[in-house]
Design a protein around this ligand. Sequence first.
Ligand SMILES: NC(=O)C1=CN([C@@H]2O[C@H](COP(=O)(O)OP(=O)(O)OC[C@H]3O[C@@H](n4cnc5c(N)ncnc54)[C@H](OP(=O)(O)O)[C@@H]3O)[C@@H](O)[C@H]2O)C=CC1
Ligand SMILES: O=C(O)[C@@H]1CCC=N1
Length: 275
Amino acid sequence: MKAGFIGTGSMGSILIEAFIHSGAFNPEQIVASNRTMSKVSWLAETYSGLQAVHSNREVVQQSDVIFLCIKPGEYKKVIDEIKEDVLPSQYVVSITSPVLIKHLEGLLPAKISKVIPSITNYVLSGATLCIHGNRMQPEDKEWIENLLAHVSSPIRVSESYTRISSDISSCGPAFLANFIQSFIDAAVEVTGISREEATMLASEMTLGTGKLLTTGGFDPITLQKRVRVPGGVTAEGLRIMERDLSGMFERLIRATHGKFEEDLEKAELLFTLKQ
Ligand SMILES: NC(=O)C1=CN([C@@H]2O[C@H](COP(=O)(O)OP(=O)(O)OC[C@H]3O[C@@H](n4cnc5c(N)ncnc54)[C@H](OP(=O)(O)O)[C@@H]3O)[C@@H](O)[C@H]2O)C=CC1
Ligand SMILES: O=C(O)[C@@H]1CCC=N1
């Protein structure tokens, strides 16, 4: 079994490293390409046996499963480049939301899945959102999800809920980190605590809260209830949050969905334009 990666920017390299660290693939089983060669050659230098190649076609020719880890605007160009080499027996996994399964199935004969990863997969945690194409048989779905289970919790979602699922699972780490950064900035500014100490406390708190909400048997409402001691300080803080953050997530979700609609239109244009 050989896995190919086209695009080794942020997410392509995270997936490669996660698959290697989890033991899902040995470096010898990975072949990768990237437009800027230095972004793939470091992986070959770091993981002995991993093959960095200059051409996307070569990745396809050598692989059983091919991960497309490029941005939406780059898909059509890459697909036109590789389509003659793609076989019906191969799996092609796309990691971007606005390029629809129908676009990919229309141009490639392979078994197609859309799998939206998350930066959390780097530490072998978080979800991967799975949307399988029509050519994926039950055993194919099981195979790909077993592979993804090495680095994540694979969760099937409907293509129509890709955006909101990915907002939570894939954009969420950045939103949460932004929140934590603001908390740390204010702690330093208001009280003079050192940034290092505040950051360490906030990071440990985030890890513990994540555990409570996953394996710890808590949901967000119960967790707040248990911390919000009647007449205590948490209630004062939550009162400020409820007032000042009111409507913020609705606005955030509308903003991500607005941008997604634009991306969908651009992808539709790219894939339907006669060349
Ligand atoms: N970052 C994240 O947390 C997540 C990202 N995604 C999705 O992953 C995709 C990639 O995102 P991300 O990795 O962050 O973006 P990056 O810009 O970091 O990576 C994209 C990579 O694709 C390479 N590339 C572009 N064109 C070609 C080409 N023709 N042939 C080969 N390689 C090419 C780029 O090369 P070059 O170095 O020359 O620019 C770059 O390294 C996006 O579609 C995004 O939606 C999904 C979930 C989470
Ligand atoms: O910001 C982005 O477009 C990508 C998609 C999900 C996370 N990052």
